[in-house]
Design a protein around this ligand. Structure first.
Ligand code: FAD
Ligand code: SF4
Ligand code: SF4
Length: 1003
C-alpha cells in the first residue's frame, strides 16, 4: 500500500483527518492519531519501527469490526495487536493498529466438565489461568511472556510454551475460532468434514473452506516434502492443517499462526487441561555443552514434560547474584559446562519419583558419572522440594534478564533466536552455530527448550552500525541454510513477522510460497490485514524499517543526573532510555509492583514501555523540537508515580522514576513551576513556619470553600485532606541519647515524620535506646533548618535545590558515616534517596560513604538481630498484622526486613498484602487530575484487602501509604517503629509499661 508520492499507506493528511474523524464519531473507544500515541505503537519486541497512521482501542468486538470496516473503506490497512510482545515485527505496520488488549479480555464461556472455554482475544494468559485455577484447570501453552501475552496474539503467532513437548503448541490447543474476514464476513472456523456436509456457514464461508481444502489436497505431496517434521514449526501458514489426513480438518488451525494477515479473531475456543499438582526436577550435569545437547534426544524417551538447558554463562551470571547463589549451590554440583533441567509432572507423584530414578540410570547408561573425567563428568541432582523448584524457575528467568540488561551499545538481537532442528542434530547444530557467530565476530548465550530441539540464542550486535546489520544478514542466511540442511524449522517459536517471512522461499520452496500467497489472496484480496507479513514481505535488513535507522541521531542534551553507566548522548541518558527492548514485562497485571499506573488505566501511554518509547522518540527528534519539555511528554509522565518498581522488575532495569526527574527538570527549566510544584517542592523550606501557624495552615482542611479554591488555584484535589500541621513537631534538644557505651547510630528525622507524625520518630528513638544504642541526632552542619533528603525538590524537577539539601545532609552525616556509624531512617522514600539519587548527584567519597551507611530502621534491626546484638523485651500486641510494603522498599530489596522485624513480636501473625503502589506516591494522590487514578490504584488490591480484615493491625512504613489507607479504608496504619513500641509496652519487664513511666533521658 504505497501511493505515487511514496507515502506509505497512500493517504493524504486530509484523508487521514477524515478517517480519524469518522472513527471518533463511530467508536466510543480511544482513537489516537497524534504523533506521540502513534509512536508508542510503532514498535514491538523486535528491532523494527514503523509509524502507524493511527491507533484504535475498541471497547467491544463490534467496535473493532466497525473500525476495521471504516479503515478498509478508507483504503487503509489494519493490524490487530495484543500485548505487542512479538519479536519479529508482526505488530508494526503503517496502517491503523487495533489494540484488543485493553477492553476485549473476557472469558465468554467456560465448560469445566468438557475442559474448554471461549475467550475474547485480548485476554492475557496469566489472567485466564488465574480465573481457571479455582476449577482445577489451566491453559498450558505457557509462554515466557504469559504475564502480558494475549490469547489473540498467541493464536496469531502460534505460540509455544516451555512444556510443548506434553501440551503442544497453540494450534494443538485451539478448538475453534470466530473471526471476521477483511470484507466483514463473520465466520466460525472449527472442525469440518472434508465434504463440508452439515457445516453451518454462509455460502461465502463454505466456498472459502472448499477452496482451502482443495488447496490442501492439491499440495499434499509438496507439503509433506517441504514442511519440517519437527513439532516447533510456526513459520508460514499451516497448510498441513488442510491436507486430507483424517475425515475432518480444523479450519481454525489455518488461522493459528497467520499473524493477523488472514482474519480478525473475535473469539477463541481453547482446550483446557488439569492443573499440574505434582512434579519433580532432575538437574542433569554435563562436562561439555555438546554432550548436553546430544543427550537431549535420549532423555526425552522418559517422557518428561520439559527439558530446559542452562549453560555455563547463565550459571556464572546466576552465581554473581546474591539471591541465586544458594539456589545454584543446592541444585548444581561442581562446575558443569551445562545442565539440562528435566521436569516430570505426572498426576501421581510416585510415578514422578520413579522416572527420576530412571533418569539417573539413563544418564549412567549414557556414560555420565560423577567420577568420570571431562566431557563425561556428571550425573543427576534430584529436586523434589516445591520451593526449590520454583526458585530454579525464577533463576532461569532472571538469568536471561541479566543477559538482557547489558548496558553497552551492542545488545543480544533476536532473529535466529528460535530455530528448531530434529533432536539428533541439536548438538552439531549448536556447535556449528557458534562457529558462524565467531566468524562474524560475535557470540551468544544459549538457552534451549532442549526437548523440542528449539534453541534460543541471541548474538550480540549493534544494529546502529551497517557492519553489524550486514553480519546479522549473513548469520541469518548461513543459519537458515544449516537449519534447512537438518530439515529443521527456521521459525520455531516466535513467528515470522518481518524477520523471517522473506526466508520462506528458501525454507519452503517456491511452490509452497506461492501457495501462501494464494491463501492470503483468497482471504484478503486487497491486502487490508497486516500486509507484508508471511507473504510479500520487505527485506529483513531494510534499515529504513529499523528502530535505529541510518539517520537515527540523538543530539547532545544537558541532563541533570549522572547517567554515566550508559553509553550515548546526555552523558548516557540516551543509552538508559534505549535499554527498553519492548518485551512488555511492565504490562503484567499481578505480582510485583511494576507498573501501577498501567494496572489502573491499561493504557500504553501509562506503562513503562510506553514512556520509554516516548522518551526515545523525543530525544531523537522524532516528536518535534523540544519534545522533552512538551505538554504531551508531561502527560506521558503524569501517571508515573515514581515507585521505582521498574528499576527493580524490568528485565533490562529501565529506571523510569529517575528518567522522570529529567523530564521534570527539563520542563521546570523551560516553563517554570506551577503553584502546586512550588507548594510540594519547597515544603521543607516552609515546614517550620507552617508548624508554628498550624491552626491557620490547617484551615483549608476544614473549609470546603478553601478546598475548592486550592483545587482551582493549585490543582490540589478538594477531595483530599492534607496532612495536618502541628505545633509539637519532633525536635531534639540534644545531639545524642542512649547509653554512652552503646553502639552508635544516627537517626535521620525526615521532614514528613518530623512535621506530621513525630510519634514515629519518638517510637524509633525509644526502640533504639531501649535496644542499647547510642543515638545521634546531629544538628545540621550549617546550623540552619532541619535536614532533608531533597525528595520533594526532585519530584518538582528542582534538581539543583535537591542537590543543596543533600549537600547539607552529607556535610552533617559524613563524619559519622566515615566512622562506620549507620544512618537510620524511617520514611522509605526519604532514606532510600540517600541510596539512590544521592549517587546520581554526587560521586565523591563523602556522598558514597553516607549512601553506603543509609539503612531503614528494619534493615538495621534485622542485621543486629542476626548478629545477636538486638535484645528487645517484646510482648504480644495483636493476633495479626496486615503489612503493606512501600514501593521503594520493594525496589531496593528492603521490604523483607519489615516482615522479619514484625515476626520478632510474639504471637503476631504477619501477612503481607500482595500490593502494587498504594496510589498516593508522594504528591501524586493529591493532584486534582490524578486523584481518581490514585484511588483506582489503591482499589486494585490494597484497600479491599484491608477492608476484608477489620481486626488486624495495619502496618505501613510510608507516610503517603498511611494517608491513602486512612482516606480509602478509614483505618489508621502504623509505622513498624510504633508496633515495636506497643510490643515493648506490653512486656511486664519493660520500664515503659506503665503510662506513668519516665521518658528516656535524651542526652
Ligand atoms: C522476552 C520474550 C519472551 C518470549 N517468549 C516466548 C515463548 O516462550 N513462547 C512463544 O511462543 N513466544 C514467546 N515470545 C513471543 C511473544 O511473546 C508471543 O508470541 C506472544 O504470544 C505474543 O502475544 P501478544 O499478545 O504480545 O501478541 P502481539 O505481539 O500483539 O501479536 C501477535 C500477532 O497476533 C496478531 N493478532 C493479535 N490479536 C489478533 C486478533 N484479535 N486477530 C488476529 N490477529 C491478531 C498480531 O497482528 C500479530 O501478528 C516471547 C517474546 C519476548 C519478548
Ligand atoms: S520498560 Fe522494561 S519491562 Fe517494559 S517493555 Fe521496556 S524493557 Fe520491557
Ligand atoms: S516508576 Fe513506577 S509508575 Fe513509573 S514507570 Fe516505573 S513502575 Fe511505572
Amino acid at each position: 500500500m504505497q501511493d505515487d508520492s511514496g507515502q506509505r499507506g497512500g493517504m493524504s493528511d486530509t484523508g487521514l483527518t477524515a478517517l480519524k474523524d469518522q472513527l471518533a464519531r463511530e467508536i466510543t473507544g480511544e482513537v489516537l492519531f497524534d504523533t506521540y500515541s502513534r509512536g508508542r505503537y510503532a514498535t514491538d519486541a523486535s528491532f523494527y519501527q514503523i509509524m502507524p497512521a493511527g491507533v484504535v482501542v475498541p471497547r467491544s468486538i463490534d467496535e473493532a469490526l466497525r473500525a476495521m470496516a471504516i479503515c478498509r473503506d478508507a483504503g487503509r490497512s489494519v493490524t490487530p495487536r495484543g500485548g505487542g510482545t512479538s519479536q519479529c515485527g508482526q505488530t508494526v505496520n503503517d496502517g491503523i493498529v487495533i489494540d484488543f488488549s485493553k477492553h476485549l479480555n473476557r472469558i465468554v464461556s467456560l465448560d469445566v466438565a468438557g475442559r474448554a472455554c471461549m475467550v475474547e482475544p485480548g485476554i492475557v494468559l496469566d489472567d485466564l489461568n488465574r480465573q481457571l485455577k479455582p476449577h482445577g484447570l489451566w491453559f498450558p501453552v505457557d509462554v515466557s511472556t504469559a504475564s502480558r501475552a494475549t490469547i489473540g496474539g498467541m493464536a496469531g503467532n502460534n505460540s509455544c510454551g516451555g512444556r510443548s513437548l506434553r501440551y503442544g503448541t497453540m494450534r494443538d490447543n485451539t478448538l475453534s475460532m470466530d473471526a471476521a474476514l477483511a470484507d466483514g464476513t463473520m465466520l466460525h472456523f472449527g472442525e469440518v468434514p472434508r465434504n463440508l456436509a452439515g457445516v453451518n456457514s454462509s455460502d461465502g464461508g463454505l466456498a472459502l473452506f472448499r477452496d482451502m481444502l482443495d488447496l490442501g489436497a492439491r499440495e499434499a505431496a509438496e507439503i509433506s516434502e517441504r514442511f519440517p517434521k519437527v513439532q516447533r514449526r510456526v513459520g508460514g501458514y499451516n497448510l498441513d492443517a488442510l491436507v486430507p489426513r483424517n475425515a475432518a480438518n480444523n479450519m481454525a488451525h489455518l488461522l493459528v499462526g497467520s499473524e493477523g494477515t488472514l482474519a480478525f479473531t473475535t473469539k477463541v475456543e481453547l482446550k483446557l487441561w488439569p492443573l499440574i499438582r505434582n512434579k519433580v526436577l532432575g538437574v542433569c550435569h554435563f562436562g561439555s555443552f555438546y554432550e548436553a545437547m546430544d543427550a537431549a534426544q535420549h532423555l526425552v524417551k522418559l517422557r518428561p514434560i520439559a527439558v530446559e538447558l542452562v549453560d555455563r554463562t547463565m550459571l556464572t551470571l546466576g552465581r554473581e547474584i546474591a539471591m541465586f547463589r544458594s539456589i545454584i549451590g543446592t541444585a548444581v554440583r561442581g562446575d558443569p559446562d551445562a545442565v539440562l533441567i528435566v521436569e516430570f509432572a505426572e498426576q501421581d507423584q510416585a510415578e514422578n519419583i520413579r522416572r527420576l530414578k530412571q533418569l539417573s540410570e539413563l544418564m549412567a547408561d549414557l556414560g555420565f558419572g560423577w567420577d568420570r573425567p571431562q566431557r563425561k563428568w556428571g550425573g543427576v541432582v534430584e529436586i523434589t522440594e516445591p520451593g526449590l523448584q520454583t526458585a530454579i524457575a525464577e533463576f532461569r528467568a532472571a538469568g536471561l534478564n541479566v543477559m538482557m540488561s547489558m548496558k553497552q551499545e551492542g545488545k543480544p538481537v533476536s532473529f535466529v533466536e528460535d530455530c528448531a532442528v530434529p533432536l539428533p542434530h541439536l548438538a552439531d547444530y549448536t556447535e556449528r552455530l557458534n562457529r558462524i557467530f565467531a566468524r562474524h565476530g560475535t557470540s551468544g548465550t544459549m538457552y534451549a527448550h532442549a526437548s523440542e530441539g528449539c534453541l534460543h540464542v541471541r548474538p550480540v550486535l549493534n544494529l546502529k552500525l551497517e557492519k553489524d546489520v550486514k553480519a546479522m544478514r549473513a548469520i541469518a542466511e548461513e543459519t537458515f541454510a544449516m537449519v534447512r540442511e537438518y530439515k529443521g524449522s527456521h521459525s520455531g517459536e516466535h513467528g515470522d513477522g518481518i524477520v523471517r517471512s522473506e526466508f520462506h522461499q528458501t525454507m519452503f520452496g517456491p511452490r509452497i510460497t506461492a501457495d501462501f500467497r494464494e491463501v492470503k489472496h483468497r482471504f484478503d484480496p486487497d491486502a487490508v490485514l497486516n500486509p507484508g507479513k508471511i507473504v510479500d514481505p520487505p527485506r529483513m535488513d531494510d534499515r529504513a524499517l529499523f528502530r535505529y535507522p541510518p539517520e537515527y541521531r540523538v543530539p547532545a542534551l544537558k541532563t541533570a543526573l549522572d547517567w554515566s553507566a550508559y553509553p550515548g548522548a546526555g552523558g548516557g541518558f540516551q543509552g538508559a532510555v534505549e535499554m527498553c527492548n519492548n518485551n512488555g514485562a511492565c504490562r503484567k497485571l499481578e505480582g510485583g509492583v511494576m507498573c501501577p499506573s498501567y494496572r489502573a488505566t491499561r493504557d500504553e501511554k501509562d506503562v513503562t514501555r510506553g514512556r520509554a518509547n516516548t522518551l526515545r522518540l523525543a530525544i531523537s527528534g522524532q516528536l518535534g523540537a523540544d519534545a522533552l519539555a512538551s505538554d504531551e511528554m508531561a502527560d506521558t509522565m503524569k501517571l508515573c508515580v515514581s515507585c521505582k518498581a521498574c528499576r527493580h522488575e524490568c528485565p533490562t532495569g529501565v529506571d523510569m522514576a529517575r528518567m522522570k526527574i529529567e523530564v521534570l527538570a527539563a520542563r521546570a527549566a523551560r516553563h517554570g513551576l506551577s503553584l502546586r510544584d512550588r507548594l510540594v517542592g519547597y515544603l521543607p523550606h516552609y515546614a517550620g513556619l507552617a508548624s508554628r501557624l498550624a491552626p491557620l495552615a490547617n484551615w483549608r482542611n476544614h473549609s470546603p470553600w478553601l478546598r475548592r479554591l486550592l483545587e482551582k488555584a493549585a490543582g490540589i484535589s478538594a477531595k483530599r485532606t492534607l496532612p495536618a500541621w502541628r505545633r509539637d513537631v519532633f525536635q531534639s534538644g540534644f545531639d545524642a541519647t542512649g547509653p554512652a557505651d552503646g553502639r552508635e547510630v544516627v537517626l535521620f528525622a525526615d521532614t514528613f515524620n518530623r512535621a506530621f507524625e513525630r510519634e514515629n520518630l519518638d517510637a524509633a528513638l525509644r526502640v533504639l535506646v531501649e535496644g542499647g544504642y547510642r543515638v545521634h541526632l546531629p544538628k545540621p552542619a550549617d546550623r540552619g533548618r532541619p535536614l532533608c533528603c531533597g525528595r520533594t525538590f526532585l519530584s518538582a524537577g528542582l534538581v539543583d535545590k535537591a542537590r543543596l539539601e543533600l549537600d547539607r545532609l552529607v556535610a552533617t552525616y559524613a563524619p559519622f558515616a566515615l566512622r562506620g556509624v549507620p544512618i537510620i531512617g524511617l520514611e522509605p522514600s526519604c532514606l532510600l534517596t540517600l541510596r539512590d539519587e544521592l549517587l546520581s548527584l554526587r560521586s565523591d567519597q563523602l556522598a558514597k560513604s553516607v549512601s553506603a551507611h543509609a539503612q531503614l530502621l528494619e534493615e538495621f534491626l534485622v542485621a543486629e538481630a542476626a548478629a545477636g546484638r538486638l535484645k528487645l523485651p517484646l510482648g504480644p500486641v495483636a493476633a495479626k498484622a496486615l503489612v503493606h510494603g512501600h514501593c521503594h522498599q520493594k525496589s531496593f530489596g528492603a521490604f523483607k526486613p519489615v516482615e522479619q522485624v514484625l515476626r520478632l513480636v510474639p504471637e503476631l501473625e504477619v501477612e503481607t498484602i500482595e500490593t502494587s503502589c498504594c496510589g498516593m506516591a508522594g504528591a501524586f494522590g493529591y493532584g486534582a487530575e490524578t486523584f481518581e487514578v490514585s484511588m483506582a490504584m489503591a482499589e486494585l488490591s490494597l484497600l479491599p484487602s484491608i477492608r476484608r480484615d477489620g481486626s488486624a493491625l495495619v502496618v505501613a512504613d510510608g507516610t503517603s501509604c498511611r494517608h491513602q489507607i486512612k482516606d480509602g479504608a478509614g483505618r489508621g496504619a502504623l509505622h513498624v517503629a510504633r508496633v515495636l513500641v506497643m510490643s515493648l509496652d506490653s512486656t511486664p519487664a519493660s520500664p515503659y509499661c506503665s503510662p506513668n513511666a519516665k521518658e528516656p533521658s535524651h542526652g
